[in-house]
Design a protein around this ligand. Structure first.
Ligand SMILES: C[S@@+](CC[C@H](N)C(=O)[O-])C[C@H]1O[C@@H](n2cnc3c(N)ncnc32)[C@H](O)[C@@H]1O
Length: 212
């Protein structure tokens, strides 16, 4: 893993929540969080790329136990502070592409806004297959700006340059459905969520995939 990617997220960690919400559109993470709240009991959960712990709180309320992971220790430190008092959450430095978890450990994997950050996205999904219990599932929320029209994409990019103060995140976009062709997950549902009040905000693919 290129050290510079970890450095990027570590250096962004202090202002991350403000930057990401102004970059994606302020209603986007709340929209996904509301959807996550509608999920049933999640059992034993691992979250990849937990960042500052925005979704971890919701996961903690729906799970027996959550392992919140990130490859940036600075992000993990902030998440730990945000989740003080949640006694069913532990924090661990993990790279989604190659984790230290044993085979068939988790009922649910959650990754919010992480797929674009990962170099080898197919490898991360294969690793997810390995550590999920039989009949386990992964919930992915992944922004896909390739779904924006050229004009809206231009607006999105301009907003991002400002939001990240000219230092754009190291990301690359692929649609979840395209990635699925290279894995053996079965699709339980795959929806595209949009903030209709802000046409240049990032459309988000919300996918629930079953281990097969
Ligand atoms: C865009 S942020 C999303 C944070 C959080 N899930 C949220 O939605 O606010 C991406 C996070 O994933 C982490 N990350 C990126 N690539 C990773 C990888 N390969 N393994 C583990 N964490 C990764 C970054 O450090 C960063 O905290």
């Amino acid at each position: 893993m290129a050290k510079s990617k970890i450095d990027y997220w570590s250096e962004s960690s202090q202002g991350y929540d403000k930057s990401v919400d102004s970059a994606l559109g302020g209603n986007i993470r709340p929209l996904i969080n509301e959807n996550l709240k509608l999920e049933g009991h999640l059992g034993t959960v691992v979250e990849f790329g937990c960042g500052t712990g925005y979704f971890t709180k919701t996961l903690a309320g729906k799970a027996e136990h959550v392992v919140a992971t990130d490859f940036s220790d600075d992000m993990l430190r902030i998440a730990q502070t945000q989740l003080e008092g949640f006694d069913n959450v532990e924090f661990k430095n993990e790279n989604w592409q190659h984790t230290t978890f044993a085979d068939e450990t988790f009922d649910t994997i959650f990754a919010g806004f992480v797929i674009p950050c990962v170099d080898d996205k197919v490898q991360a999904l294969k690793e997810s297959q390995r550590i999920l219990k039989p009949a386990g599932r992964i919930i992915i929320a992944s922004p896909n700006i390739l779904l924006l029209s050229r004009f809206r994409l231009f607006q999105f990019l301009c907003r991002n340059v400002l939001a990240w103060r000219g230092k754009l995140p190291p990301v690359s976009f692929r649609s979840v459905s395209e990635l699925l062709d290279e894995t053996t997950f079965t699709v339980e549902s795959l929806d595209v969520m949009k903030d209709l009040s802000n046409p240049s905000s990032a459309p988000v693919e919300y996918a629930k995939l079953l281990k097969s």
